[in-house]
Design a protein around this ligand. Structure first.
Ligand SMILES: [Zn+2]
Length: 601
């Protein structure tokens, strides 16, 4: 069935952007207010940021502009994410982005002028400011990489242009690619991007599943050169900027904002590639055995371990499950969940031209907006728990910190979300003693949560590291190189347990994350913290929950290592990661044991 157009989607399955601005007029008013405030800041402070008091006052006003920008940008941008065919929304979004590019390019004097002050003045401003301590500390840290003010102004004016590669990627993927239907045993099946990723990859019928994979791969392959050119432009731009700013390597540049060491980055990629591979190969073999497959191919990896045990869930039931599963986090957390369902924070709808995948956007001072494509699966409930983890994080951080102190490092950002997935799964395990249910639940954890973060995204991370090594050495990449890297990547992890179907090497075309720097590896980093924190909460109860709430409230006032420490986890060593891989191994042991028990019956 072809997905419907946006206008035909039931309103209760859509999010309510009027929670940001009740009317178009209110939105336009905010835009004008933002422009006026920016003009006032330029008038009052440009060329006058020479003492600590001026810096503090200017940043207080600037925070207001940033708040308005988050709201205005979300209001315009989120409308596009659910409907790339909506020309009016796209035009409005472009107008806002271009207005913001112009506005923020004029405001770059704030950073530049502060940056030019002697350290003592900046230190004094850090003492005096309530809201901008973190912001100013970052400026001190950033000082050596700052270019001349005029150069910064020019670069900021080009900011929208620098986003073109990602825009091209999205337009090719969401608007241009029209997938033809495919036929298996005389029956015709429709195909689409989200239909493939959300349905056919999990399809039980091997012929349908593998044929869908082929049809999907054949279509995206027609765009491989276009996609590679856009991607090469993206990574080359990043390299150029890293060189201009005097970073030793593009890695140092991309990791700078995450506040993690190169060692912490490499550790995730190297240890998981080496130590998780044997466990995941066992898991792949188990799928092959259960389905009685002649061979295990790349197109079979997403298969649920026990297909007969894939209960359908309604949106209403998801509310109850998420509510119970996360009750351990306290009453205020549960009331947020109720609010999310009651006030329509979540866009469940499946329609043409909607962005694939899930995300949660939490503009400062409003609730959260969660995008997903609801498919009536238990894994969708897990997605909601995940996205609500982001919502809960920013509800706490936004309420307790200034906007400047809610810029949580990408290394940590997926910890609260993936922890919710684990808590939900562990809760559901306790509700039923049937070995088959238990196996299904554990297999869902491996097949969804851990597979997604420790396998899918980690393979992307391995691939990205190879790409950036080439770029760092002054090289460039094309479609052939990218496919070669990805094939090698998958071979390294799966060995000869999994046959790499033709098309597997095109996985580099499928993720928007590649346009967002070194982001993919952080999923596994966040889940490492999440696993250890969830196990601690279940072991110790209230004190561990209290510590976790402190972490959520801390926003970005601490770096990832500091946040983890607050939760009682020491990520300066590889122990949490090794413990987490052991935990994954023990879950797979249990799945194997339960499988034997079920087969004996
Ligand atoms: Zn997430």
């Amino acid at each position: 069935m072809e997905p419907v157009m946006r206008k035909d989607v039931p309103v209760e399955e859509t999010w309510d952007l009027s929670l940001i601005y009740p009317t178009e007029e209110a939105f336009e008013e905010a835009v004008e207010q933002m422009k006026a405030l920016a003009d006032e800041i330029c008038e009052k402070y440009q060329g006058k940021m020479t003492d600590a008091d001026a810096i503090v006052a200017c940043l207080d006003a600037y925070e207001e502009v940033e708040k308005l920008s988050a709201l205005v940008g979300s209001y315009a941008g989120l409308a596009v994410e659910v409907d790339y065919y909506d020309g009016t929304a796209m035009e409005r979004d472009r107008r806002i982005r271009s207005m913001e590019a112009e506005l923020f390019s004029r405001l770059t004097f704030i950073r530049s002028e502060i940056m030019e002050q002697p350290e003592a003045v900046i230190e004094e401003a850090i003492e005096k400011t309530v809201k901008a301590k973190g912001y100013l500390r970052d400026i001190l840290r950033d000082k050596p990489h700052r270019l001349a003010p005029e150069t910064e102004r020019v670069l900021a004016a080009f900011s929208q242009t620098f986003e073109t590669p990602y825009e091209i990627y999205n337009i090719a993927k969401l608007a241009d690619m029209k997938f033809p239907s495919f036929t298996v045993n005389g029956k015709e099946y429709p195909l689409g991007y989200s239909l493939f990723e959300d349905d056919y990859e999990y399809e039980r019928d091997t012929d349908v599943r593998r044929t869908a994979f082929k049809a999907f791969s054949d279509k995206i392959r027609q765009y491989e050169n276009l996609t590679a050119a856009a991607y090469n432009a993206c990574v080359t731009t990043e390299k150029t900027e890293s060189r201009l700013r005097g970073y030793a390597s593009v890695f140092d540049y991309l990791l700078f904002d995450q506040k993690v060491t190169r060692e912490m980055y490499d550790r995730q990629i190297d240890i998981i590639t080496e130590k998780l591979a044997p466990h995941m190969r066992r898991y792949a073999k188990l799928i092959q055995k259960i389905y009685g497959l002649d061979k295990m191919t790349f197109a079979d990896l997403k298969l649920p371990l026990d297909p007969d045990y894939d209960p359908k869930v309604t949106i209403e039931e998801s509310h109850k499950l998420v509510r119970e599963g996360l009750a351990i986090l306290g009453e205020d957390y549960v009331s947020m969940i109720d609010e999310a369902y009651r006030d329509r924070w979540i866009d469940f709808a499946k329609n043409q031209g909607k962005c694939t995948g899930g995300f949660c956007s939490s503009p400062y001072g409003r609730g959260s907006f969660i995008l997903l494509s609801w498919n009536n699966r238990m894994s969708d409930v897990s997605t909601i728990a995940h996205e609500l983890g982001h919502a809960g994080h920013f509800r706490n951080a936004n309420a307790n910190q200034s906007l400047f102190d809610t810029e949580v490092s990408g290394y940590f950002i997926e910890a609260p979300s993936t922890m919710n997935e684990i808590l939900l799964a562990h809760h559901l395990l306790k509700t039923n003693d049937d070995p088959r249910f238990k196996r299904w639940m554990l297999a869902s954890m491996i097949g969804n949560t851990y597979y997604h973060n420790f396998v899918t995204h980690l393979r992307e991370a391995w691939y990205q590291r190879e790409v950036y090594r080439i770029i760092d050495d002054g090289g460039s990449v094309d479609a052939e190189t990218l496919s070669d890297i990805f094939r090698k990547n998958l071979e390294l992890f799966w060995g000869d347990t999994v046959e790499l179907t033709e098309g597997a090497e095109l996985t580099w075309m499928r993720q928007p994350h590649y346009y967002m720097g070194l982001y993919s590896y952080t999923y596994s980093a966040g889940l490492t913290v999440a696993t250890q924190a969830a196990l601690r909460i279940e072991r110790e109860g209230a004190p561990a929950v209290e510590d976790w709430k402190k972490v959520l409230k801390a926003g970005s006032t601490l770096d990832p290592a500091g946040l983890a420490k607050l939760a009682g986890i020491d990520i300066s060593t590889d122990k949490p990661l090794l413990d987490t891989i052991d935990y994954i191994g023990s879950v797979i042991d249990e799945i194997e044991r339960l499988t034997e028990e079920i087969e004996k019956k």
